[in-house]
Structure formats: structure tokens, C-alpha cells
Design a protein around this ligand. Structure first.
Ligand code: UDP
Ligand code: MG
Length: 343
């Protein structure tokens, strides 16, 4: 068997990181489609494992995964103690992955498995990150497409770290990148931003986003809004700092208006009417102050969440195909980090 140029060994192992939340109907089609695509790569010295993270599903997702594992020993199941959200579930998967590279992928086949060989080709060319860019998003609704495009534009305008537009979590990351990500200690994890933050040599592969194979999207408008807020507050302090300038501009305007009023009074005497302008300016300033306090609150809430240092996720059990290490005791795989840890 020839030696693999990436790691000097005869084979490379790639982990698919698959967060699942109430996806009982999607698991079967996902496994069929990915195996059809990936099994032929065995001849090229590339092996796969499937790390499913059951993110607090309330349907039969866990049973479906255990059933599938009986005939597919490459499946590992990490069962979280409740629903922690996709970002935390992906973190759990990356923490559990020991292989040469990892590919986070959605179970609903919206990230088509036939893109994986293209990601691997670029990896073998020496890129440490290969992102999959959605060149065709026509399967998403108009509202989702336009709000997503607005988000990317605003984020990249004000954030310290740009994120490439239309690139989701579907990407290949080399071992070095996974290790770098694992050093980032934050609890509130906006993965797209963290992926971009760690850097490394990045290649882009384009694909058309497919419609969901089964079930429904878990991301409502409200959840997407919160994810967008997370992204902006995690990577920019512009919303906090802008108030200095808003305040300074309003003060300068008020000063000018005050001068004008004094001059007018000196020339034309005291003018009583002014009820409307007084009310409008009071309400306007009250609104501006509340927005400012609200934004302070957004950041303060995040500081509070970070300072509590709770683990990002809790593993209830890890189910691997070998009978001897079937169950890992509760709490043992909880991820904790010291506050002093630096990146
Ligand atoms: N997901 C998860 N935890 C959640 C929500 C979603 O693990 O709290 C998983 C879900 O099972 C799927 C992936 O994240 O594998 C993407 O979710 P979805 O397809 O609903 O998102 P969309 O494609 O609509 O953005
Ligand atoms: Mg989806």
C-alpha cells in the first residue's frame, strides 16, 4: 500500500461530524448517500468515520443511530444530555475527533456528499481548510437568502474577522485547524466566525444547495436572528463604540440648536410655541438611549455567560461499536477550561 503524502501513513482517516436534532427520517438517506460516495475512496487510502452528535433529540433519532451502528461499525454516537444547539454539538464532535481531518456536515443532505471528494482533492493539494461555498441558494426562500446576504455584508463591514459569504459549516479542516479551534475557550460559539478566525491556507469549492431530504429546518427566523447577533457581538465591538459618536453628534447638534434659539430670542423676543419640537426631541433621545442600553445589555449578557465558565456541552454517554467501551460515565467527558487559558 502506498504511503499517504499527508500523514506519511498508509491511510488517512476523515471524520464526518454530524450534529442531529430530531432527525429520525434523515439518518437512513444520509448514510446511504454518503457511503455510496465515500466507500470508493477506500482504494485511494482514505477511510471515513461518522461521528453523530445527538443534540437532545426527542424523537427516535438515538434509536435509529444505534440500529445503524449495528451494521456500520464506523459510526460513533455522542449523546448529549439535552439540546445545546448546533454550534455546541459541532464543538462536541470536533473535541471527539482524533483523525487527520474533519468535515462538519448536515444530516439533511443539504450539504451534498458528492462535494466531499472535491474537498479532499484540495486538501491533498496542501490546503488546510477547504470551504464549500453555496453558489446556488435557490432552494432557500427569498427571505432567507436576502437576510443572509444582509448579514454577511453588515458582519464583514464591522467585524474584526471577515467571514466568506454563503459559506456554511460544511468544509474540510485539517488536524492542525481542529487543534487550533480546540484552543478557543469561548462558551458562546459562533462557529463560522471561529473557523475564519483561526486562519490557515484556505481553498474554495462551489456547490448548489439542495433542498432538505426529510423533516424540517430547526432554524426559525428568531433563532437565525440570535445567531446573527451572536456573530456580530462575538467579532465586533463597533455596536458598543458607535454610541460615543452618536452621542457626540447629537450633543453638537443640540449645542448649535441652543445657540440658534438664543440668537432668535435676542432678536425676536421670547417665543412660547415649541411643544411639538420638545416632545419629538425628548422621545427621539429617549429611544436612542434605550437602544444604546440594549446594546450594552447584549454584550453584558455575553460577558456574563462567559464568566460563568459552564461547559459548552454535557455528554450523557458515548456509544461506540466496541462492546468494552460502550458507556462512558456521566460527567467524565464534560469539557471544562481554565479562565487563564490563552490562545
Ligand atoms: N441541529 C442540531 N441542533 C440544533 C439544531 C439543528 O444539531 O439545535 C442540526 C440538524 O439536525 C442538522 C443541522 O444542524 O443536521 C442543520 O440544521 P437545519 O437543517 O435545521 O438548518 P438549516 O439547513 O435550515 O439552516
Ligand atoms: Mg438544513
Amino acid at each position: 500500500m502506498s504511503t499517504n503524502p499527508i500523514n506519511g501513513r498508509s491511510t488517512s482517516v476523515i471524520s464526518l461530524i454530524i450534529p442531529v436534532h430530531n432527525e429520525e427520517a434523515a439518518i437512513g438517506p444520509f448514510l446511504d448517500a454518503t457511503r455510496a460516495e465515500l466507500d470508493p475512496l477506500h482504494a485511494e487510502g482514505i477511510e471515513f468515520e461518522f461521528i453523530f452528535i445527538n443534540d437532545g433529540s426527542r424523537d427516535r433519532t438515538a434509536d435509529r443511530l444505534i440500529e445503524a451502528q449495528r451494521s456500520e461499525p464506523r459510526i460513533r454516537i455522542i449523546d448529549l444530555s439535552r439540546n445545546f444547539g448546533k454550534e455546541a454539538a459541532m464543538t462536541a464532535g470536533l473535541d471527539a475527533c482524533r483523525s487527520d481531518a474533519a468535515i462538519p456536515i448536515d444530516v439533511d443532505l443539504q450539504d451534498p456528499p458528492n462535494v466531499i471528494p472535491l474537498l479532499l482533492d484540495k486538501w491533498r493539494e496542501g490546503y488546510e481548510v477547504v470551504v464549500a461555498k453555496r453558489s446556488d441558494r435557490s432552494s432557500d426562500s427569498f427571505l432567507k437568502r436576502s437576510t443572509a446576504s444582509m448579514f454577511y455584508r453588515l458582519h464583514n463591514l464591522i467585524a474584526s474577522q471577515e467571514i466568506p459569504p454563503d459559506v456554511g459549516d460544511f468544509r474540510l479542516m485539517d488536524r492542525q485547524v481542529i487543534d487550533a479551534l480546540r484552543q478557543l475557550p469561548e462558551r458562546r460559539r459562533f462557529m463560522k466566525g471561529l473557523f475564519a478566525w483561526v486562519g490557515f491556507r484556505t481553498a474554495v469549492v462551489e456547490y448548489a444547495r439542495e433542498p432538505r431530504v426529510a423533516g424540517q429546518s430547526k432554524f426559525s427566523g428568531w433563532r437565525l436572528w440570535n445567531l446573527a447577533l451572536e456573530g456580530i457581538t462575538s467579532f465586533s465591538s463597533v455596536p458598543l463604540e458607535i454610541w460615543t459618536y452618536v452621542g457626540a453628534s447629537i450633543s453638537a447638534l443640540s449645542f448649535g440648536y441652543g445657540l440658534l434659539t438664543i440668537i432668535k430670542t435676542l432678536y425676536f423676543g421670547v417665543e412660547v410655541p415649541g411643544y411639538a419640537s420638545l416632545l419629538v426631541s425628548m422621545l427621539f433621545l429617549g429611544g436612542v438611549q434605550l437602544i444604546g442600553i440594549g446594546i450594552l445589555g447584549q454584550y453584558l449578557g455575553r460577558v456574563y455567560a462567559e464568566i460563568k465558565q459552564r461547559p459548552i456541552y454535557i455528554v450523557r454517554r458515548e456509544i461506540s461499536p466496541q462492546p468494552q467501551d460502550n458507556l462512558v460515565p456521566i460527567g467524565q467527558r464534560t469539557r471544562r477550561r481554565r479562565s487563564t487559558r490563552s490562545v
